[in-house]
Design a protein around this ligand. Structure first.
Ligand code: FAD
Length: 548
């Protein structure tokens, strides 16, 4: 990493005028992981690209996932070998291009005598899992006897325990990984706009004219593109309806997945992969700093995707199933710290139980250059993006050839071997800035090789070294950097997605005033807008169960 003095800061400005009256090779609708990945791939191919996102980047499903970059062990039950193979390959690639954000995590699968999946079955599955990863995962699986396993994870109920398989996948920060794709596309010349909604789509003969609404100013504007990529996730059918008002049928089946954050219940460093007693579904208990993240549910959803919230039934399911499995763990609603829900945009063709529906993706084409992406999972976004981008490039007649995204690191990913990077830079930066090593480790894990650029703000504004509120782990510098260099436009963008403060103790309620003050100053917004930000934040995060 270059020193903070030698590294210049790339400031990013949200500039809607870059869209007005312009004509792009491709315009991507949706700033979740799929849209961000596609925009990055297309800009790296040298195409003229814009992306519009109606809320903040990653505000849809891409900040509501379980945050795993995984091969998908349970898909073996559905014989989805191709998907598992591809996911294991992508897990390795993402560890290379974003080593700060995609890090190995060990998992325990406690197997009990009366479980629907006996030990031999899990052992066979994990052998196949290692094989499909071509034995190139961080570690191979192993089976722990009950005694040693309970020694490592005292929360496991020992009665009837047959054995505990241990295997490795990766965890990520889903919203930040999405953001890094957006930043990479912006650095490569793409026009990336959050709070910009696509309202109309009109074919022009050799492309599309789009009517857009700037949700910050209320202004309406028009832009044109030869190709439109519909990466609107759960909103995909709505965008298709804009393009084909006569209707092309429902392409997606949406299922709601809820997570809860609770006091730490898994006492070791491993994640737990548990079987729900009432329906044999698998769910996770993950370490979440000093807390645990529990999820998820998988329930068909027919409503408005803008209105998805955790339901009481979802929360009770997760609380009851977790308490059932672990000894001395009795959690109830009063202990829930935070909760969130998101929608899986699965392919409609799949009937039957939601959790058994395939996670394969499909590219739907229609009109004069409309590509709509359904299905898929977070882990495989880069491969899906490469496939879509190749088709778009072929249609445009430029930018063909293989994708570059598997070998160019994401903006914070130029770390080399991550543990060595962490060790080296923690010491150097502690000397330079006098910050405690634990704080630097956290920053290096979030911002990777961009940490020096973040800290270089201190050369001109040394006051930014302080917490945003007394006792808060959130530093003013993170807020300033999110505004100046990460396109944050509201406090929620920072507290929920640039950082995950909203999903931790206090849910960012102690920080909201300080964040709003600093943002208002930097963005030059009115006192009234500042007040609205705070009111909206309280409405959404005052309760651990979300907006009522
Ligand atoms: P989204 O992230 O929803 O992005 C679509 C965006 O389009 C939204 O931000 C929306 O605001 C925007 N948009 C909609 N309409 C418009 C418009 N008119 N104009 C402009 N913008 C618009 N996968 C994994 O690999 N690992 C996991 O651990 C995992 N866990 C999951 C857990 C749950 C509960 C769920 C629901 C999914 C999980 N997945 C996981 C799957 C993964 O999260 C999704 O496949 C992925 O995030 C979908 O991304 P997307 O970009 O397609 O959709």
């Amino acid at each position: 990493m270059t020193t903070s003095r030698s590294r210049s800061i790339t400031r990013l400005h949200r500039d809607p005028q870059k869209l007005a009256g312009a004509r792009f090779d491709a315009l991507v609708i949706g700033g979740g992981i799929n849209g961000a990945g596609i925009a990055r791939d297309l800009t790296l191919r040298g195409l003229r690209v814009a992306l519009v996102e109606k809320e903040d980047f990653a505000s849809g499903t891409s900040s509501a996932s379980t945050k795993l970059i995984h091969g998908g062990l349970r898909y073996l039950e559905n014989y989805d070998f191709k998907l598992v193979f591809e996911s294991c390959r992508e897990r390795r690639i993402l560890q290379n291009i974003a080593p700060h954000l995609v890090r190995p995590l060990p998992f325990f699968i406690p197997v009990y005598q009366d479980d629907p999946r006996p030990l031999w079955m899990i052992r066979a599955g994990l052998t196949l899992y290692d094989f499909l990863a071509m034995f190139r995962n961080t570690h191979h699986h192993r089976i722990l006897a009950p005694g040693p396993a309970v020694g490592l994870e005292p929360a496991l109920r020992p009665e009837g325990l047959s054995g505990v398989p241990q295997y490795w996948d990766c965890r990520t920060d889903d919203a930040r990984l999405c953001l890094e794709n957006i930043l990479s596309a912006a650095e490569a010349g793409g026009v990336m706009l959050n709070y910009m909604e696509a309202k109309t789509l009109t074919p022009t003969g050799d492309g599309w004219r789009l009517g857009l609404e700037d949700r910050e100013s209320g202004a309406e504007l028009e832009t044109e593109a030869r190709v439109v990529v519909n990466a609107a996730g759960p909103w995909l059918d709505r965008i298709c309806a804009l393009a084909e008002p006569a209707g092309g049928g429902k392409k997606l089946r949406l299922t709601r997945g809820t997570h809860i954050v609770v006091p730490r219940i898994n006492r070791g460093n491993e994640a737990l992969y548990l079987t729900a007693g009432r329906d044999d579904r698998l769910f996770f208990v993950l370490p979440w700093g000093s807390l645990s993240l529990v999820g998820t549910t998988d329930i068909d959803f027919e409503g408005d995707p803008d209105q998805v919230r955790p339901t009481s039934a979802d929360i009770d399911y997760l609380l009851e199933e977790t308490s059932r499995h672990l000894q001395d763990v009795r959690i109830d609603r009063s202990q829930v710290v935070a909760s969130f829900a998101g929608l899986r945009p699965l392919l409609a063709a799949d009937g039957g139980q939601a959790s058994k529906a395939s996670r394969e993706h499909k590219i739907f084409t229609g009109g004069p250059g409309l590509y709509s992406i359904g299905g898929g999972k977070y882990t495989t976004y880069r491969a899906v993006a490469a496939e879509v981008a190749a088709q778009v490039a072929e249609r445009i007649g430029r930018g063909g050839g293989p994708s570059l995204t598997h070998r160019i690191p994401l903006p914070g990913g130029r770390t080399g071997h991550f543990q060595s990077f962490l060790f080296r830079n923690t010491r150097t930066l502690a000397r330079e800035f006098g910050l405690p090593p634990a704080v630097l480790e956290y920053l290096l894990g979030q911002y990777g090789s961009r940490t020096s650029s973040l800290l270089s703000l201190l050369h001109h504004e040394p006051d930014l070294i302080h917490p945003i509120a007394p006792g808060s782990p959130l530093l003013k510098i993170q807020v300033a950097y999110a505004v100046d260099c990460e396109l944050a436009r509201t406090p929620e963008d920072i507290l929920r997605r640039r950082t995950s403060k909203a999903l931790n103790s206090g849910r960012g309620l102690d920080e909201i005033e300080g964040v709003a003050d600093l943002m208002a100053l930097r963005l030059g917004v009115s006192a009234e807008r500042r007040r609205q930000w705070i009111d909206t934040y309280h409405r959404r995060f005052a309760s651990p169960f979300g907006e009522e």
